[in-house]
Design a protein around this ligand. Sequence first.
Ligand code: C5P
Length: 319
Amino acid sequence: KSVVQRLWQGRVSAGMLSPRLQKAMKDYLGANKHRVAYSGPRQAQRSAKQLLCQLKRHVRVQTLDGSEPPFSSLGWRSLVPGRSLERLYGSGFGSCAVVTSAGAILHSGLGKEIDSHDAVLRFNAAPSEGYERDVGNKTTIRIINSQILANPKHHFNSSSLYKNVTLVAWDPAPYAVNLHKWYMSPDYNLFSPYVEHRKRFPAQPFYILHPRFIWQLWDVIQGNTLENIQPNPPSSGFIGILVMMALCEEVHVYEYIPSVRQTDLCHYHERYFDAACTLGAYHPLLYEKMLVQRINTGPARDLRTKGKVTLPGFSTVQC
Ligand code: C5P
């Protein structure tokens, strides 16, 4: 059986990955770049309901609000949007789509279905123009990592990808979440482009996720996995899924867990092939996907044919 078939069944471990990906994982574990020190419990047997309740309880979508140093003394309280991300859309959305950038979404014909949702989340530089049949063209929120803000090749200030949508940026701070240290040396400098963008376009909702939120998610993944997961932040995909579970009554995730179209093509919009994009090297993707597979409420057929997982929003989960 392939790794993906095992993923569909929820039985997968790092030992099933190619030697190259296993080596990459080991190297990240050895490097522990973000100085992760996890001492919490590890429980592999939680039911779907218990998992959902744990997520609902432990995961608070939090964005920088300018109330903590060093941001408080830098005037960020009046720089960030007046309304928090969780309040921005009032009582939230009904049905939402999370569209990953996986190559497997090519030739899916899912565009119409994706656009029929009340809100659509996309990632980083993934375009819809030219790919509407497969990915749709509606974008409500875009989650971007700090490289999008810092690397000139993305033309963050001029590209239409980043206009007329709610932007949510993130960058991996040290596990201990020292905001001073993070501010002095982020992975990629997102702070000055953020400040500049807020000043130029104050009406556009634009948030930076609190690193506490990012590492809370990591803790939940490790806490439900017996193996040592990569000591690096979860992927934008996992972050986005959890943000939408907080904002929507129902979340439909496309090509996160791969369908039968599974391919090493990393992104649908780029000619670059690497199995790590789907199964993980830096990010603990395999384990994130296992967790999401366990809380999937959609039919097995949707997973295989559409690469679609259906998840309940937190507001509908009774714990
Ligand atoms: O590569 P990027 O982070 O921009 O892609 C957005 C998200 O889509 C990833 O964080 C990951 O969760 C998901 N993805 C995937 N398989 C791929 C490419 C992306 O699951 N081949």
